[in-house]
Design a protein around this ligand. Structure first.
Ligand SMILES: O=C[C@H](O)[C@H](O)[C@H](O)COP(=O)(O)O
Length: 230
C-alpha cells in the first residue's frame, strides 16, 4: 500500500532497518526527526543487548533521545570522521535530498558529509521524481533581509519560519533563523545548492546533493526497500 501521509509504521521500518546495519565499534551519526528517532531507539535496544557503539548527535533533540535510550555520545566538535550516519529527509529525488524540516540541517550536513556511509531513512511519501519541497536556509539573524532578497533574485520565494508554540521565529540550535525558500521544481539541484552556498549570511541550506550513499524506504505494510544511490 502506498503511504501518502508518512505513517509511523513506514518510518519505523526504515529507521530500524538502517540501525540494524550498525556494527560493533562504529561511530554513528544520529540524524534528527521522527524517522531518525526510530533508528536511535533501535540503536538503544541494541546497546542494551551488548552492541558497542558511540553516537554523534545532530541536534538537541537527537542528543536527548540518545541519552534517554542509552546510546553513548561523543561531541561533534571532537570527531573528524564518522563510520555511518543515519538521517531522515523531507524529500528525496534521484538520490538528492531536501532536509531541515526540524531546522537541524546545518549540523546534519556536517555529520552526514563526514560519514563513510550516509544512510537516508524515509517513508515512501517522501520519494519524488523531482525535488520541489521548499528549501530551508539557515541564516545569520542580521542577514535575514539581504539573504531573502538574493533568494528572490534567484527565483525563490522565502518565508521566515515561525515557531509553532511561541510568538516569533524558529531559532536554530546554533542561534540563527530559517528561511523556507520555495523554488518550485528544482531541476538542477547542484546549481541551486552552489548558488545558495555563495550567499553571504547563509550558514547552510537543506539541499543535500550527492551526499547520500544508501536509501531505506519504508512502507505502511512494514516493508522496506533499500538501494544504493551512488
Ligand atoms: O531538520 C530536520 C531534518 O532534516 C529531518 O531529518 C527531516 O526534516 C525529516 O524529518 P522527519 O523524519 O520527521 O520527516
Amino acid at each position: 500500500m502506498k503511504n501518502t501521509d508518512g505513517s509511523e509504521a513506514a518510518k519505523r521500518t526504515a529507521g530500524e532497518s538502517a540501525a540494524d546495519l550498525v556494527s560493533d565499534g562504529d561511530l554513528v551519526g544520529l540524524g534528527t526527526g521522527s524517522t531518525a528517532a526510530h533508528a536511535i531507539r533501535r540503536l538503544g535496544d541494541r546497546v542494551d543487548s551488548g552492541l558497542d557503539v558511540a553516537g554523534v548527535a545532530t541536534s538537541y533533540q537527537s542528543r536527548e533521545l540518545a541519552r534517554e535510550v542509552g546510546v553513548p555520545l561523543e561531541s561533534l566538535a571532537d570527531v573528524s570522521r564518522i563510520d555511518v550516519a543515519i538521517d531522515g529527509a523531507d524529500q528525496v529525488a534521484d538520490g538528492n535530498l531536501v532536509k531541515g524540516g526540524g531546522a537541524a540541517h546545518t549540523r546534519e550536513k556536517v555529520v552526514d558529509a563526514a560519514a563513510d556511509r550516509f544512510v537516508v531513512v524515509v517513508d515512501d511519501s517522501k520519494v519524488a521524481d523531482v525535488l520541489s519541497h521548499p528549501v530551508p536556509v539557515e541564516v545569520l539573524p542580521d542577514a535575514r533581509a539581504t539573504v531573502a532578497e538574493t533568494v528572490r533574485d534567484a527565483g525563490g520565494d522565502p518565508e521566515l519560519r515561525a515557531a509553532e508554540r511561541k510568538d516569533g521565529p524558529v531559532v536554530t540550535d546554533n542561534g540563527n533563523l530559517v528561511l523556507d525558500c520555495d523554488f518550485g521544481s528544482v531541476t538542477e539541484p547542484a546549481a541551486l545548492a552552489r548558488r545558495l552556498s555563495g550567499i553571504p549570511g547563509v550558514l547552510e541550506h537543506g539541499l543535500f546533493v550527492g551526499l547520500a550513499d544508501e536509501l531505506h524506504v519504508g512502507d505502511a505494510d512494514g516493508g522496506v526497500a533499500t538501494r544504493s544511490v551512488r
